[in-house]
Design a protein around this ligand. Sequence first.
Ligand SMILES: [Zn+2]
Ligand SMILES: [Zn+2]
Length: 430
Amino acid sequence: MTRLLVIDGHGYFQHRVRTVLEAEGYVWWKPTTTMRGSQALRRRPSTPGNPCSDISSSYDRRRRHAWLSGSSSVASPVSARPHRAGIATKEEILMPDKAAAIELPSHPLFRRRDMVSTIFRSAMGIVLWIIALVPAAAHGQEIKVTLLGTGCPLPVMHRFGPSTLVQAGEQKWVFDAGRGALQRLTQLKVRWQDVRGVFFTHLHSDHVVGFPDLWLSGWVVPPGRPVPLHVWGPRGTSNMIAHLEQAYAFDIRMRLEDDRAAPDGVVILAEEISEGVVYDQGRVQITAFEVDHTPVKPAFGYRIDYAGHSVVLSGDTRVSDNLIRYAQGVDVLVHAVAAPDTLQRAGIPPALVQSIVAHHVTPEQAGEVFARVKPKLAVYSHIVLPAATEQDLLPPTRKTYAGPLELGEDLMVIAIGETIEVQRPAHSLP
Ligand SMILES: [Zn+2]
Ligand SMILES: [Zn+2]
């Protein structure tokens, strides 16, 4: 019986799989030259207890799926029943609930044992799936949005870099990881280990510069993160992650060898997304939609729907008809804004002011967007520049929008349930 494992991954993930499994008698195998970016492993026939005698494989590059073949013939087509057909992506391999039905080598890396029957694994998959639903059902039916950072590239203490924590039921995600995201989570006493992953709106540095801190400090600082980190983002995200893994290779090696950090915790499962539903689990649906941050393409906004409630995060954008379309009927719209007055006051050259404003919306334009979307509450975050006052932002917005509006601040919480409640931090920041 064939056991072929094709790992579709890159950088550190492949490196670690290879290191671990070579020590156990696996060899790397590249079935065809068309499998660029992917590699396969097989067990040496001479290995005691080896179930493998032959290898067959195929690879669907478009779907980025790898196959786990169950006989000497090629496994059945990818699409129909991926978990039962024996197809594994790196995400599925590393996610216990998804990997439940996949027969995998007996190694903790794969969280399953060969001796457990397929039937039992299938049953476990269903049980894990049900368990995953229970917390959402048991927990309050609201979305909680916490502004971790409401600033921009300017390094100031009262508005950290753009980052937003969204909690739906028991599930939590961070959207963008600007400067100080990990400090803000710590201030909130949110266990970073409980955050399911990070969504990037786009790859401007102010939105990602806090990511290495989340990733690495969140991994090694007790209690540490023992499981892989999921990251979703636009085209270019995988490349950035691969280079981050290289950039921090020395530290990663030291943490593994010297500090004995949990090996799985440093693994990043990066997924490049396109417009549409990008996450759908436990009644939570996350939809990415393109916004207009020209020439930054693609740049996304996100809509999160849960239990009949919803929030839209604009990301960085000028007036975007697509955002207005996706935001229809939303409860809360969190939108970035640039106030030309503050840029001029800061002595920024006029040409640069013009360029910055052209990448974002002015308060008047934001008001027009709010008026067209009609959210139950509009919130400003990603304030350009952070020195902008209420006077700079609210009166001009009121020229075009009369509905509910809040000027966001770091650690402000917006609870979206039957009613929408806003809590501002009691203490002065930071
Ligand atoms: Zn930005
Ligand atoms: Zn930007």
